[in-house]
Every structure is written in C-alpha cells, then in structure tokens.
Design a protein around this ligand. Structure first.
Ligand SMILES: [Cu+2]
Length: 155
C-alpha cells in the first residue's frame, strides 16, 4: 500500500493506520474494538451519597478500548474506580482488552455513582451512559436494575 496512497491520505485515515501499526506492524491490520455492554446492576445503596454500578463490557475486536467516563440521571456525576484489596481509588480509564472483557463487580473495578438524586428502590431501573475511546460504538446507554443491597449475581 506504500506509495500508491501518497497525497490521498486524509488526516483521520493516517491516524488510524498509525494506531494499527503500533500494535505489531503486521500488514494484516487488527480489527477495531467493537463493544457490547451486558449484565448490569446496581446494588441498592443504603444512603444517597453514592452507589456502585456494575456492567460487563465485551470487546469482539482485535484492539483494546478504554472506558473513559460515564453518566446517569441517578447521579450528579459518575467516577471510575478500581479496587485493590479493601481500598478503592479513582482512575481516569478502565481498559477493555481485545477479544476479552471488562467485568465490573463487587471487589473489582466499578462505576461509582456520586451524590445520588434520590435513593433508588429495588426493582427500579436506571440508565447508564458509558463513553469509550478507541472503540465502536463510542457511547453505549444501558438500563440496569437496582438489586437488593446484598445481591450477588449467580449466587
Ligand atoms: Cu468505588
């Protein structure tokens, strides 16, 4: 492909080509990250300060994507948290590996809904909008149920 496209490469195409090369330099380009979001829920919070939210993001593409931010009408703002042992800290992004998944859950990475607009009831459904980098679609909105505070998926 070298030479033939000289002068015809638009800015966006040049950036995409450079990103693919960075993943290994093979001439067979890795497929772009393609995401789906499933299996979400929110354990019912005891207060209105904050609530954790869990989803699973599956990447069927050959390049990594990043969850960079989220929002919800239930929260004033949403942060991304990672857990190490019993402590959690805020991070700027969570990685969705190629041909893999990002599983948010109790004791693991999670979304933190901060300053809730109200205390949600069990069975209420809450929209979550997730924003991704290096992926299609770049924005995914899912509706997740509020579960009992002690709920654990799959027992
Ligand atoms: Cu947290």
């Amino acid at each position: 492909m070298a030479g033939a496209v000289t002068g015809a490469v638009a800015g966006g195409a040049a950036v995409a080509a450079a990103a693919v090369v960075a993943f290994g330099g093979s001439s067979s380009a890795a497929s772009a990250a393609h995401l789906s979001v499933t299996a979400g829920y929110i354990p019912r919070p005891l207060l209105t300060d904050e609530a954790a939210a869990y989803v699973t993001v599956t990447n069927s593409g050959g390049t990594a994507a990043e969850l960079t931010s989220a929002s919800s009408p239930l929260a004033t703002y949403v942060t991304l948290h990672t857990s190490t042992g019993t402590t959690m800290r805020q991070v700027t992004a969570l990685t969705v590996p190629p041909h893999g998944r990002l599983s948010l859950g109790l004791g693991a990475d999670h979304l933190m809904l901060e300053r809730l607009t109200h205390k949600p009831a069990v069975g209420e459904t809450v929209p979550l909008t997730l924003h991704f980098a290096h992926a299609a679609p770049a924005t995914v909105t899912v509706t997740v149920p509020v579960r009992p505070t002690t709920y654990q998926p799959g027992g």
